[in-house]
Design a protein around this ligand. Structure first.
Ligand code: ATP
Ligand code: MG
Length: 577
């Protein structure tokens, strides 16, 4: 394709709303176009790369025996009410009404729709297992759309759903998808890590996220340098501290005057104790389905720990959007809490959630629920109890690995895909059953499997760029080769460039020919910015049939004959496409 005929608009300047390399480069190359916050369109080169990712996904899905379908983006509220997610999904669900006032949403994911298909179409064990998938536009009214395609409000997802007779079947389906994801992200050129994950609003038991390693990623993962433990920090178990030995006695509880000690650090310094010997309180208010306040929650962790919000909402059995920090005064009037001086002793009329290690620790310091006072020698069982006792703390870098005890490390990454064992969550709430060999009615056992196709495109750029632009892996590059023609009005040069173009095209290599009337400097800069894997420069050596061959990922430039260049490019593309 001749560049003079192509619709490409590259930008010299960095668009000011873009902060991270992938967002900057996808805008500067003109591959994506922003319409409004979190809503992007794809221009010719962007669409080509996106389709390559889609095709990799499609090939690998088809290879597992999954069948592609395409469902509508518009979904009726009734299905979401049946599954209970019309509320649980919260404000991210993009809701709309038709002219008669009937409620709909734009699908953020399609568990309800696929379960509905299956409950209508499947009745016998003979029809199972089955896996259906689609590559489709999703909508999520994200609180903070940002980083371009990374977190947008409209995006393309591949979502697959597996249907099995039993849990053994689900294990097989899950493993098949997991392995396909490994191949997909490898083929896309990503460096990634599968990690254990929370199941969030989707629900179910087990889950893994596929995380492309990147400093700009919004996922924080904890992994063990010694064993295979790797988990999203939201999900990572945290070992409880060793309990205080039996030989240590519970001392009498004592109130102490601790003026101006609002933080744990102030308090520990004031009393001359370690932060590990204190209890930290975090206060929340819950909301019901109508958005009304629905009671208070006090969560307690050891002073040096951090509260893990995801573990807390899971312990409470509520969605993340149904809880917020409490107004201290309002909560105090009802429960006895006192901002900065709240402890578990003397608190009333609220749900008390206690981290699992606190019951084992003796003689701790906690707020006295009285301004400027704390209590010393607070002991679980004797002085306070939790309504819920669970691990609600963050596994921090350096904490012992929950599996082997080695200090864990943290890394950041981009969640490009997630697989879930749903079990019977949707089939039970929506009545999707089948008859087994004995004519017994059983719920279908489900799994679901998502890939952010547009986010994957951004993740590839995030991992493959330098200061001059993108460095596309061959498999997802918009074109494989760019022929940079120095003087388009020089007949010899033009003829050689066209010959190289035609020979490569005939061999299935995707070529763009930069025949624009621009200075060489501009052309080289654009070629680097666009990141086309191979650059073949046709210039003053054209009369000898020679060109310059350069890979975007290497600095080296090699002079060779046009035939040699064609051969080298074909070999590269065949090996890496
Ligand atoms: P996140 O935690 O990043 O909000 P999620 O866990 O809610 O994502 P899933 O429901 O697992 O997302 O969706 C499947 C995949 O869709 C994700 O792994 C991700 O790659 C992609 N995805 C989800 N939300 C967005 C978004 N707002 N913009 C782009 N891609 C997204
Ligand atoms: Mg996810």
């Amino acid at each position: 394709m001749k560049m003079s005929k192509m619709h490409i608009r590259t930008l010299r300047e960095v668009p000011n709303e873009a902060e991270i390399p992938s967002h900057i480069l996808l805008l500067r190359t003109g591959m994506i176009r922003k319409l409004v916050s979190g809503v992007y369109g794809f221009m010719p080169l962007g669409w080509r790369s996106l389709r390559k990712i889609e095709n990799i996904v499609r090939e690998e899905m088809d290879a597992t025996g999954a069948q592609e379908i395409l469902m509508s983006a518009v979904q009726p509220a009734e299905l979401w009410q049946e599954s209970g997610r019309w509320f649980a999904y919260g404000p991210e669900l993009w809701r709309l009404k038709d002219r008669n006032g009937r409620d709909f949403c734009l699908g953020p994911t399609h568990e309800e729709i696929f379960t509905d298909i299956i409950r209508n179409d499947v009745s016998s064990y003979r029809q199972l297992p089955m896996n259906l998938y689609q590559i489709q536009t999703k909508y999520r009214d994200e609180a903070r759309p940002r980083f371009g395609l990374m977190r947008s409000r409209e995006f393309i997802m591949k979502d697959a759903y597996s249907f099995d007779r039993d849990y053994e079947g689900l294990d097989v389906s899950y493993k098949t998808m997991y392995d396909a994801y490994d191949r997909i992200f490898t083929r896309c050129g990503l460096t990634f890590r599968p990690v254990e994950a929370d199941t969030g609003a989707i629900g179910g038991s087990n889950s893994h996220e596929f995380t492309a390693i990147s400093e700009v990623g919004e996922s924080e993962i904890a992994y063990c340098p010694k064993c295979s433990m790797a988990a999203n920090v939201e999900r990572a178990d945290c070992r409880d501290a060793e309990p205080t030995p039996d030989s240590v006695e519970m001392l009498p509880m004592e109130e102490v005057h601790t003026p101006d000690t609002k933080t744990i650090e102030d308090l520990a310094a004031f009393l001359g104790v370690k932060t590990e010997e204190t209890i930290k309180a975090l206060l929340f208010v819950k909301y019901d389905e109508m958005g009304n306040e629905d009671g208070y929650v006090a969560a307690f962790v050891r002073g040096d720990r951090e509260l893990n919000m995801i573990k807390l909402v899971n312990a409470l059995g509520i969605p993340e959007h149904a809880i917020a920090f409490a107004d201290e005064e309002a909560m105090g009037a009802k429960t006895g809490a006192v901002g900065g001086f709240t402890g578990p002793v003397g608190l009333h009329d609220c749900t008390v959630v206690v981290d699992s290690e606190l019951p084992g620790l003796k003689n701790l310091v906690a707020g006295a629920c009285r301004r400027d006072y704390h209590l010393k020698n607070v002991n679980y069982g004797r002085d306070y109890k939790g309504d819920i006792v669970k691990d609600i703390k963050v596994l921090k870098e350096g904490d012992p690995c929950p599996v082997c005890g080695e200090p864990v490390k943290h890394a950041r990454g981009i969640e490009v895909g997630q697989v879930f064992k749903l079990g019977t969550k949707y089939s039970e709430s929506m009545g999707a059953t089948y008859k087994d060999e004995n004519q017994e009615e059983k719920p279908i056992v489900m799994g679901c499997y998502g890939i952010g196709v547009t986010r994957t495109l951004a993740a590839v750029v995030e991992q493959h760029h330098d200061k001059d632009g993108i460095i596309w892996p061959v498999a997802v590059a918009p074109y494989h080769v760019i022929i940079t023609l120095m003087k388009p009005d020089d007949e010899v040069q033009l003829a050689l460039a066209e010959k190289v173009h035609d020979e490569l095209s005939a061999k299935g290599v995707e070529v763009m020919l930069d025949d624009r009337d621009e200075r060489p400097g501009v052309k080289f800069k654009d070629a680097d910015l666009l990141g086309i894997p191979v650059r073949i420069t046709v210039g003053r050596m054209a009369p000898e049939g020679k060109v310059e061959y350069k890979l975007r990922r290497d600095a080296e430039k090699v002079e060779m004959t046009a035939e040699e260049a064609v051969k080298a490019a074909v070999a590269l593309v065949e090996a890496e496409r």
